[in-house]
Write a protein that binds this ligand. Structure first.
Ligand code: DAH
Length: 357
């Protein structure tokens, strides 16, 4: 290597060593190895040399190029590592520190109401049961005394799964009654909150909505038990001391007798009320005594076991309790609506707050 080449190499390696940031290193790289760079220019001179000259200068110039390239790569790796370490140090978080801000999210009114219902019914000795949202038609219909040809199947606006005609998106939470009776022995006391689906959409209907189912199976259960349970639940949920209930004869395939339950309402307080203050009635639930055929379909003897069931819309309960008027807003995911109507995660429903018994 000539002294010139050696001097140039020492000079460039010195600049590389002195570059203390990616920009500075890039400037050194361009000055040496760029199109007009010193090393590139030097390599170009090989073309004009005699073979003898080239046999000496070629290895020297290439050695220079390799040494500079290696030094650039090493320095780049060192700078990248230093930058990463600085970033890691700057963004270091002590996860053991207590939070300094309250959570920014809020609990959706539907979740809040489901929590309140679970709390109220837990106090009455009910467990929470769940079932799949993709259900087979035996659990969703047949076992609930809705056979293939039954008009109630058509009434349900069912979503079927493509290519799997026996699978549906459950149209109600009632199949959880069946799953529970098949899975455990009575006595049974459960509620089953969850999503349900129907092909229906307007201002008061959304294709997905929420229901809650209740089921009691035991010996000697009568409509009186149903009435007391519903009355206790409505009073606790709406936080009122008295409530008038009206049982209207109705029809559901899975209950016999079936009743629709209206809650007496006072326009003055905007809440359910006792008989003296009622000026209108709101239909809130479907219910009845579990049909003997449903009990038998689950492998239980209907002469031994009886029970009642009820089902209602959770979204509607939330609208009534919290004065919400537009069902579709529930599912828009609008952060402003959620901030306004949502609940604090610390606002746990309890029997003494939000769910007074
Ligand atoms: N499954 C019914 C529906 O979706 C609601 C219902 C009515 C549930 C009566 C019940 C019941 O458990 O007894 O409209």
């Amino acid at each position: 290597m000539s002294t010139d080449t050696a001097a140039l190499q020492a000079e460039i390696l010195g600049q590389i060593a002195a570059a203390d940031a990616p920009d500075a290193l890039e400037a050194v790289r361009v000055a040496a190895m760029g199109k007009q760079g010193q090393v590139t220019q030097l390599l170009k001179t090989l073309g004009g040399m005699s073979p003898e000259e080239r046999s000496v200068a070629g290895p020297a110039f290439n050695g220079l190029r390799e040494a500079v390239a290696a030094a650039l790569a090493a320095k780049k790796a060192a700078l990248d590592e230093a930058a990463l370490n600085a970033k890691l140090a700057a963004e270091r978080q002590d996860m053991t520190l207590p939070v300094s801000l309250p959570p920014a999210g809020s609990v959706h009114p539907v979740s809040q109401v489901m929590d309140e219902l679970a709390e109220i019914f837990a106090d009455l000795g009910f467990a929470v049961a769940t079932g799949p949202e993709i259900e087979d038609d035996w659990h969703n219909f047949t076992a609930l005394n809705i056979p293939e040809s039954h008009p109630a199947r058509a009434m349900h606006d069912t979503f079927y799964i493509d290519g799997q005609p026996h699978l549906v998106l459950r149209t109600h939470t009632s199949p959880v009654q069946i799953r529970t009776m098949m899975a455990q022995q009575p006595p049974i006391r459960i509620i089953a909150p969850g999503r349900v689906y129907r092909s229906d959409s307007d201002a008061t209907h959304t294709p997905m909505f929420h229901q809650i189912e209740g089921l009691v199976i035991d010996k000697g259960i009568t409509l009186a038990h149903l009435r007391w349970t519903l009355e206790t639940f409505i009073k606790a949920f709406f936080e009122v001391d008295d409530v008038a209930l009206r049982f209207r004869p109705s029809y559901f395939p899975f209950t016999e007798p079936s009743v629709e339950v209206d809650v007496g309402y006072s326009s003055k307080t905007g809440k359910p009320a006792g008989a003296a203050d009622v000026d209108k009635w709101l239909e809130v639930l479907g219910s009845g005594m579990v049909h003997p055929r449903v009990i038998a379909a689950c492998g239980l003897d209907p002469n031994e076991w009886q029970g009642f069931a009820f089902g209602t819309g959770v979204d509607r309960l939330a609208m009534l309790k919290y004065g919400l008027t537009d069902l579709r807003a529930f599912f828009d995911g609008d952060i402003g609506w959620l901030r306004h109507h949502g609940f604090s995660a610390f606002d746990l429903p309890s029997i003494s707050a939000g769910a007074a018994l």
